[in-house]
Design a protein around this ligand. Structure first.
Ligand SMILES: NC(=O)c1ccc[n+]([C@@H]2O[C@H](COP(=O)([O-])OP(=O)(O)OC[C@H]3O[C@@H](n4cnc5c(N)ncnc54)[C@H](O)[C@@H]3O)[C@@H](O)[C@H]2O)c1
Length: 284
């Protein structure tokens, strides 16, 4: 593939990891965010735009080899904010790719698309055993993201790889994340695999590191070419000493979505915390 990779939400946590790691793997970068990229790498193109702006996204996608769509609010938010920052931007990313002739889109989905799925009594959970079962409006947006990706793959022949990411942070900070962590290095490995896999068509794969305590099956991700190198176990002793062992009966550990399945992210709680609903939505 020739041309840069258009990365939306490039100023954020995952975007920063990718902007550091993808060039080492031979990818040129075209970064886009609603906020400026403060530290552009040598040769990096960088744009300020709202990813929900189809015209701006279509311009940005011209000549790109692929789109990696990360833009969006990280976590639960009011409905208008979720619709704008996730659903509108995902449709825009896919439609811009179609209009600009970009053959591949990688979408940052989430475990919260299937957050109410229980942990199996034994063995690992495959993506096929975790159909849409969102735990929040955020999860609904990720289900919609995957549905839009499926539409653009089937109707327009785009390759669309949806990464159901666990907890992508510099290091795990909770006992749950000993199972769900996706390290920065493995984020780069996973996205690189999603960009390179020959003719993947439409895929949905878990995005986590090779965590000793993980229970999401990585067979499908490995089939793309993903070879995770990190394991959250290096942080286990410290986190368990501070927070205690995971209780398997605790919903936080017994459901895919963990804390997001608890009442703390009920609609009224989120709206009270985030202020009045903004009629026009808008990124938050
Ligand atoms: N970090 C995780 O653990 C995790 C887990 C599952 C899924 N994800 C998904 O991965 C993506 C990136 O997550 P992150 O951790 O980097 O989040 P982040 O909050 O660090 O970064 C998100 C970036 O998106 C930008 N953005 C928001 N709305 C935008 C818009 N309308 N147009 C352009 N840019 C916009 C923000 O300015 C920000 O720079 C998100 O879609 C998130 O839902 C993240």
């Amino acid at each position: 593939m020739t041309g840069p990779v258009l990365v939306t939400g490039a100023a954020g946590g995952l975007g920063t990891a990718l902007r550091g790691g993808l060039p080492e793997r031979g990818w040129a970068l075209r970064s886009l965010d609603v906020v400026p990229i403060e530290d552009p790498r040598p040769g990096e193109e960088h744009l300020v735009a709202d990813a929900a702006d189809l015209s701006a996204m279509t311009d940005a996608a011209q000549g790109a080899a692929a789109v990696v769509h990360l833009a969006g609010i990280l976590g639960e938010a009011t409905w208008p904010a979720i619709v704008h920052s996730h659903i509108e931007t995902t449709r825009s990313a896919l439609e811009a790719a179609r209009r600009a002739g970009v053959p591949r889109v990688v979408l940052a989905s989430s475990n919260h698309a299937s957050g109410f799925t229980p942990r199996p009594a034994s063995g690992l959970l495959t993506e096929a055993d975790a159909p849409p079962r969102p735990d929040t409006y955020y999860g609904v947006a990720k289900v919609t993201m995957e549905a839009l990706g499926s539409l653009y793959a089937d109707r327009y022949g785009l390759d669309v790889v949806c990464l159901r990411i666990g907890s992508a942070f510099p290091r795990p900070t909770t006992v749950r994340q000993l199972a769900t962590w996706l390290s920065p290095g493995d984020t780069v490995r996973l996205v690189d695999a999603a960009l390179r896999a020959p003719s993947p068509g439409f895929r949905v794969v878990w995005g986590v590191s090779a965590n000793t305590r993980g229970w999401w099956d990585l067979t499908a991700a490995r089939a793309l070419g993903y070879e995770p190198a990190d394991d959250a176990e290096a942080y286990a002793a410290e986190l368990i000493a501070a927070q205690g062992e995971a209780d398997p009966a605790d919903p936080v550990h017994a459901r895919v979505g963990g804390e997001y399945t608890l009442p703390g992210v009920d609609v009224d709680v989120v709206e009270a915390a985030q202020g009045p609903v903004q009629p026009s939505g808008g990124p938050r």
